[in-house]
Design a binder for this molecule. Sequence first.
Ligand code: UDP
Length: 447
Amino acid sequence: SSQAPPEQHIALLAFPFGTLVAQLHMLARALASAVPEAIFSFVSNAENLVPLPHSSAGNLRLVPFRGGIENGGSSTTLFDRIMAVAPEKIRAMLDLAEVNAGGVPVSCVMTDAFAWITESVAEEKRLPWVALHSGFSLAMLAHIHAGDLRSRLGFAPEGMPDRAHETLDFIPGLDSMRICDLPDGIISGDRNSEFSLHLQGMAQSLPGAAVVLLPSVPADFLEQDSAIFADLNLALLIGPLNLLSPQPPSPDPEGCIHWLRDRSPLSVVYISFGIVSTLPPGELTELARGLEDSHVSFLWSLKAEQRSCLPAGFVERTQGRGKLVNWAPQVSVLGHPSVVVFVTHCGWNSALESISAGVPMLCRPIFGDQRMVARALEEIWGVGAEFVGPITRISFMIAMEGIMTGIIGHKMREWTQELRQRTTEAMFPGGGLFRNFNVLVNLIRGR
Ligand code: UDP
């Protein structure tokens, strides 16, 4: 007679920064419905659990943690919040998950890759660590090969303007990237900033993860030369999380969708620079001037406190064709037929959401992996165009003209739709992303 397999219990520890809690929860929802016989404990600060959408999977438990991980708060730096995920807190979260599940021992721990401190705790407890890398995979590859990049190129705090456009073809997988696309802290910038050191720690820890999950699109160049797979135990490209685990529409208190309904198809420019980044004030002013003078309709997610940089009278003069909001339900906005282009900072989530909706992008990367994302969108996938240098009134107007009426805009839209189509297909049974997700599912089942 066959014995029932021991119960699997997956602890997901959600690190409270930016969108990471929501991202990990999307993964948790998808896994919990794929593996109904396992228990999933999603542990985070109580206030982080409140806004999460309801899951129909009864085996996904939300476990409030009162161990004091620093949450939000404008005075807290990024690094403080990251380092708040100290080993003793991770141990306490794992203990809590077990108690909450009536003593069923945790069999696997999942976190965002940013919480790489987990690696040592997982090792000490002999648990597999599954890391969700919610940024761009090639930036991770660059961090893993930071030593090689430095020994080849040297280090110049101010950057290497005369070599900016040389490609990194000596690192397999990075051949389409240029020196100027590299994130700060690798061959330029501050190597010893807290954030750089944190990313170095991440790059050193990820090879110790049992699995690294990479939300991405199919036919990723990574699959062709598999450079990243050589450095990691098991890297799995999975689809965009918003497709893997479709979310109920987000609240829309400022009426974005209602406003979009009254606009003609392919007429509205959507603008957002994400949650963490802001455009330098002078550029924000220029962007506003460009919007004004190109006479396009626009929806701009711009926090009230940043609006002091808008030219005087901007809101009045663009009334009727422009709408400023503090927060837009971005996935629904991008999915609306009125939206023609997304002006973005190239955060990886935004890029994937735009591709998933078939909306081409105008790229103004700001920091971190965003320059590499912008390069990939333009050079590898042909679904974006990058501003050359800072945004000016004129460069913005030229970009608008190209998108609205030019052949480039038309081509970019076609390619984005095609990439969207290929991504969706790859997530159906028989597709590569579907297969990868099932590798993870089978690992969780202990097979
Ligand atoms: N977002 C949103 N509405 C806004 C601004 C941002 O829904 O007005 C969401 C967006 O859909 C994305 C996330 O916030 O999922 C931003 O993540 P991304 O990786 O693009 O940028 P980050 O803020 O992490 O730099």
